[in-house]
Ligand binder design. Structure first.
Ligand code: ADP
Length: 449
């Protein structure tokens, strides 16, 4: 039984988790840094504990303090959200050692999928198609060059410990390889303390399609369909939708089954996402698995009616999945725009400071997941995501139209505060986008940035 949960996160996802807890009749404990004193999650939670100074390292990444806060607060479980400690196997293990329930997958699954080379190997052995490339870390640049030539340029160098696009380099031709290899490896070493890299065939203009998984501790695994996340800036998603306009009914079923097979191969439970790329010929390849709740989970919730965060909590309480695969039905179309506090006119530099006035849109089919309010100050220390605007309607065209209507209504005003709402509006007007003719380099291609 879980009676009280500590949320080891901040921002919109901390608020989202509090909503789920409250509806389940479970108490919430917020933690916050000195910079987040006036944050919404602190106000909404039943209890709040100051965890340390503003920098993430001293606060939301401070494992010892968080475990201590959990013990002091009397919470039985920790929900890690996304980012910060969500995919840190050591932290999940620490929770276990302290008798705290980690609301997430088994430690072994986090560890295995956290090493992207290992993940690809496991998935390949489970019969999941993976992007062509090396399945061992490459030790030296010369050896890498030899392999890259065999794979054929362009190739992409990726960090085994990768995430957030760090340690990733696209290499178009042979002569750029050695430099790219060294800089990728260095960046990975600095970011993750692990400089191991691997090489993949670079797929030209692929679509990013991912499958939402739910599994319980009794061996049941189902999928909740796919999300398409091809609208990206520098390999970071900014618009996500469900379902993908690119999958036939038949392909959807096939991919869902593949993803479930992959998740079962690692004894997965909780919510998780298998990420794939689809090339121009419709071939689909696994790239990585995220062993946590994702930013874009609301689009799946809106077309399935399932509260994924609640399911995670129930699964952590050893409950059996309440749904069978045949119970999962998709209704209409949902699309999410990430509202980042960045200035599109100044190369997307993050903006921080006081928001004097906020007006959030509403009306039928609109959902806003956000922690901002009039008078809130965006601290400069964390991720620039300040809101997610999600629109649902009976089909893609109508959902896009509704998202546009809501974006136009959204007001976020404050000195020096800029958001990427103008960029979203431009994307939604684009004819190719409207047709669903998109890929992960779409924004670069239409020179909208
Ligand atoms: P990270 O975990 O750092 O975000 P991913 O492996 O999830 O990295 O890849 C992020 C994005 O990078 C993908 O959605 C895609 O746009 C691009 N990408 C990754 N691998 C390839 C590849 N082999 N070919 C083309 N693009 C790729």
């Amino acid at each position: 039984m879980i009676r009280r949960v500590l949320i080891a996160n901040r921002g919109e996802i901390a608020v989202r988790i509090i909503y789920a807890l409250r509806e389940l009749g479970i108490e919430s404990v917020a933690i916050y840094s000195e910079a987040d004193e006036n944050s919404l999650h602190v106000m909404l939670a039943d209890y709040a504990i100051r965890i340390g100074p503003p920098t993430s390292k001293q606060s939301y990444l401070n494992m010892k303090n968080i475990i201590a806060a959990c013990e002091i607060s009397g919470a039985d479980a920790i929900h890690p959200g996304y980012g910060f400690l969500a995919e840190n196997a050591e932290f999940a293990e620490m929770c276990k050692d302290h008798g705290i329930i980690f609301i997430g997958p088994p430690v072994e699954a986090i560890r295995a999928m956290g090493d992207k080379i290992e993940a690809k190997k496991i998935m390949k052995n489970a019969g999941v198609p993976v992007v062509p490339g090396t399945l061992e870390p490459i030790e030296n640049p010369e050896e890498g060059l030899k392999i890259a030539k065999e794979i054929g340029f362009p190739v992409i160098i990726k960090a085994a410990a990768g995430g957030g696009g760090r340690g990733m380099r696209l290499v178009l031709e042979e002569k750029e390889f050695i430099n790219a290899f060294l800089s990728a490896s260095n960046e990975a070493l600095n970011a993750f303390g692990d400089g191991r890299v691997y090489i993949e065939k670079y797929l030209e203009k692929p679509r990013h399609i991912e499958i939402q998984i739910l599994g319980d501790k009794h061996g049941n695994v189902i999928h909740l369909g796919e999300r398409e996340c091809s609208i990206q800036r520098r390999h970071q998603k900014i618009i996500e939708e469900a379902l993908s306009p690119a999958l036939s009914e038949e392909k959807r079923k096939w991919l869902g089954e593949i993803a479930v097979k992959g998740a079962k191969a690692i004894g997965y439970y909780s919510a998780g996402t298998m990420e794939f790329l689809m090339d121009k010929d419709g071939n689909i390849y696994f790239i990585e698995m995220n062993t946590r709740i994702q930013v874009e989970h609301p689009v799946t919730e809106m077309i399935t009616g399932i509260d994924i965060v609640k399911e995670m909590i129930l699964i952590a309480m050893d409950e059996k999945l309440r749904y069978k695969q045949e119970d999962i039905k998709f209704k209409g179309h949902a699309i999410e725009a990430r509202i980042n506090a960045e200035d599109p006119e100044r190369n997307f530099i993050p903006t921080a400071g006081k928001i004097d006035f906020v007006h959030k849109p509403g009306g039928p089919g609109i959902r806003v997941d956000s922690h901002i309010y009039s008078g809130y100050t965006i601290p400069p220390y964390y991720d620039s995501l300040i809101a997610k605007l999600i629109a649902w309607d009976e089909n893609r065209e109508k959902a896009i139209n509704r998202l546009k209507r809501a974006l136009e209504e959204f007001v976020i005003r404050g000195e020096g505060i800029k958001t990427i709402i103008p960029l979203h509006l431009k994307i939604l007007e684009n004819e190719k986008f409207k047709k669903g003719d998109i890929h992960t380099n779409f924004l670069e291609e239409i020179s909208i940035l």
